[in-house]
Design a protein around this ligand. Structure first.
Ligand code: AMP
Length: 282
């Protein structure tokens, strides 16, 4: 079922709740790929009914970002969701989602100080606003988010805890292309040449993973290894390379416990992100 109005979706949810069904939610911006599908399939396995939202959320894009050019194909997405076992695709318009003169903002401090939070100042405010709207409309038992957007996952988990929202937030592993590139709707922006150079993200992370496993714990050395590897790729330009504590998302001086190694890199005009988490077992 394809639903575009909040009211209609609320009515469907009401009926489901009356019947005692458990509900899963998968929020997306559409142009779906196997990364999204892994979330949908997990949601289908763990819930009686699954809502996939497909909404390119204007409030999470900065003025010079790709809101207008972001790829969209709702017919294809709808079929993909139905084939993957979803019950409803929710595809509202911006006007349906946002009242004129919206007054409410949500800010999760601390966790948004670094990584994408510092490079995209309006981003997480927009993400929190739209996700809390979806959680309030769907009132799901569980909502599914990818570890590809590791900071987003941490921010949403914290927001849900702080606001006493009764939804369990589930993180799902990064799905990659065969050659290692993390799947992303934005990969469609890449030319053939750029697609090849985009492999540098995963390659640089793998080098650091290997170093960590060999016992290198010097943060600067590890960051520099990523920086020099990416800088050797002519089409790549670093937005950030950061090693942070995976719980607080604050930069670490020494590697103790669990860290998140996260990068954002422009390949031509396309900004791609990737990351991995490493646990130190002493
Ligand atoms: P997006 O449509 O890019 O906003 O992504 C919607 C959800 O799918 C987010 O929770 C993402 O983290 C997740 N996602 C996107 N790409 C991947 C991927 N390659 N692997 C796992 N999850 C992903």
């Amino acid at each position: 079922m394809l639903i575009k109005e909040i009211e209609s979706l609320r009515n469907v949810i009401k009926d489901w709740k009356k019947s005692g069904y458990s509900i899963g939610l998968v929020p997306t911006m559409g142009f779906l790929h196997e990364g999204h599908q892994s979330l949908i399939k997990k949601a289908v396995k763990e819930n009686d009914k699954v809502v996939v939202s497909v909404f390119v959320n204007p409030t999470q894009f900065g003025p010079n970002e790709d809101f207008n050019s972001y790829p969209r194909d709702i017919e294809k997405d709808f079929k993909y969701c139905m084939d993957s076992g979803a019950s409803v695709v929710f595809n509202p318009s911006s006007e349906e989602m946002y009242l004129k003169g919206n007054c409410t903002t949500i800010s999760v401090s601390g966790l948004t100080d670094f990584l994408c939070g510092s490079k995209r100042p309006v981003h997480f405010g927009g993400v929190c606003l739209v996700v809390s709207k979806f959680l309030n409309i769907v009132t799901p038992d569980k909502a599914y988010f990818g570890e590809k957007d590791a900071q987003q996952l941490a921010v949403i988990k914290r927001m849900v805890k702080d606001l006493n929202i009764g939804t369990e937030i589930i993180g799902c592993p990064i799905v990659r292309e065969k050659d290692g590139l993390a799947k992303s709707s934005r990969n469609t922006y890449l030319s053939k040449k750029e697609r090849k150079s985009a492999l540098i993200l995963n390659k640089s992370l793998n080098l650091v993973k290997k170093e960590l496993m060999n016992g290198t714990l010097d943060v600067k050395k590890l960051e520099n290894l990523i920086i020099s590897t990416i800088n050797a790729e002519p089409l790549a330009k670093i937005d950030y390379v950061e090693i942070v504590d995976s719980n607080t998302l604050q930069p670490v001086k020494e590697i103790e416990d669990s860290i998140l190694v996260a990068i954002a890199v422009f390949i031509g005009k396309t900004r791609l992100i990737d990351n991995f988490t490493f646990e130190l077992n002493i």
